[in-house]
Design a protein around this ligand. Structure first.
Ligand SMILES: NC(=O)c1ccc[n+]([C@@H]2O[C@H](COP(=O)([O-])OP(=O)(O)OC[C@H]3O[C@@H](n4cnc5c(N)ncnc54)[C@H](O)[C@@H]3O)[C@@H](O)[C@H]2O)c1
Length: 355
């Protein structure tokens, strides 16, 4: 089978991390790269295995030799670039956040209906390749935890490194969607969507947000206009409740906790690469006084693998002519939660998500 031939649109920070996806393995190669910053494209081209430099993204879309595009531009460009790519007959791997809101995702779903052979995924799906995520998904599907009734998903990010400079689009919700909720939220919600499968049917959302950055204030001054922490309650159709919070740097330790609780057993999982963790923890009471804790041996996320997984996964989906592990329909649920969170914060009310 011939490799899937990509055009890379945007040659910034993340495209440089993704470059290995096109030079290692047999499924994906990069034929072209473009960036409005020509120097960035020139620097990245050799890392992509000698991709040619295109003058702009439309040149990539017009190239019949290119099968798919990797869109690694700021979020406000994801919608127009994805729509143009679909119209040009290209498969799409789009960076996260997939879009700016659910209405934009609906446009993508409509465009894909007009070209159903084209595959689309979001790079928020990077942790799907971890053995831990696959095992948690299987255990839930097989009923090993019983009826899943509550999840506590809590993450605290480390501070940015001193001297970090972020691009100005990150400080503008019109270009970025929001702060940490749109930067990291899609990874969290995508993990939940993958692991929960059909149970991930969010119906009611109540949330709070803040933009206090005690540690980043003196370190990353441009990032003060957007949210730095949120705390959200999500009620799903099945009655499953999810407490989801993510906080940027704070005066407290980094935390990566995902506690899934069912009527038969509990599971402590994690989404980030944490080589020091021996595995997920499985809990079950034997009688009422003996809590049995079992360490599950499945491999957790490996940073290098997760970074390139969205491109690898899209290429496999194209080659095998199947849906990728993340689809626009799943992104609609993710963005519906983010939309509802913003309304809930503004109104201080719980918000219902309609189908
Ligand atoms: N930085 C990260 O660690 C990271 C991680 C995961 C995902 N992402 C996501 O990837 C996307 C890009 O983030 P980044 O950190 O690489 O940003 P960045 O600002 O470093 O890179 C974006 C690049 O897009 C280019 N660009 C802008 N308009 C363009 C256009 N019309 N045509 C071609 N190129 C254009 C810019 O010149 C820039 O080089 C965002 O959606 C972000 O959320 C970033």
């Amino acid at each position: 089978m011939k490799p899937i031939r990509y055009g890379v649109i945007g040659a910034g920070v993340i495209a440089n991390y993704m470059a290995r996806a096109f030079t290692e393995g047999r499924d994906s190669v990069a034929l072209a790269v473009t960036d409005v910053n020509a120097e960035a494209a020139r620097k990245l081209a050799p890392e992509l295995g000698g991709a040619k430099i295109a003058s702009d993204y439309r040149e990539i879309l017009a190239d019949p030799a290119i099968d798919a595009v990797y869109i690694a531009t700021p979020p406000f460009l994801h919608r127009p670039m994805t729509l143009d790519a679909l119209r040009a007959g290209k498969h799409v791997c789009c960076e996260k956040p997939f879009m700016l809101n659910a209405a934009e995702v609906r446009e993508i779903i409509a465009a894909q209906k007009a070209a159903p052979h084209l595959k689309i995924n979001s790079a928020s799906s990077r942790s799907h390749c971890a053995g831990t995520a696959k095992r948690a998904r299987q255990m839930i599907a097989d009923g090993e935890l019983g009826t899943l009734y509550h999840i506590c998903y809590e993450q605290v990010n480390p501070p940015y490194k001193p001297g970090s400079v972020l691009p100005p689009w990150r400080d503008d919700p019109a270009k970025n969607g929001g702060g940490i909720s749109f930067d990291w939220g899609p990874y969290d919600l995508d993990w939940l969507s993958f692991v929960l499968g059909d149970l991930f049917r969010p119906r009611v959302v109540f949330g709070t947000m803040g933009n206090y950055f005690p540690l980043t204030k003196e370190r990353v001054p441009p990032c003060l206009n957007v949210d730095g922490h949120h705390s959200v309650e999500i009620i799903c159709d099945s009655g499953l409740t999810i407490h989801w919070s993510r906080r940027a740097a704070e005066h407290g330790p980094v935390r990566h906790n995902i506690e899934l609780r069912g009527t038969k057993a509990g599971l402590d999982a994690y989404m980030m690469a944490m080589p020091e963790r021996p595995g997920m923890l499985h809990y079950a009471y034997h009688g009422t006084d003996e809590l049995k804790t079992t360490i599950l041996p499945d491999k957790g996320p490996i940073w290098e693998d997760t970074m390139v997984n969205p491109i690898r996964e899209l290429s496999r989906a194209i080659i095998e002519d199947r849906a990728p592990s993340n689809t626009p329909e799943q992104n609609l649920r993710i963005h519906s939660i983010l939309d509802a969170l913003i309304v809930s914060v503004r109104t201080r009310q719980a918000v219902r998500i309609e189908d």
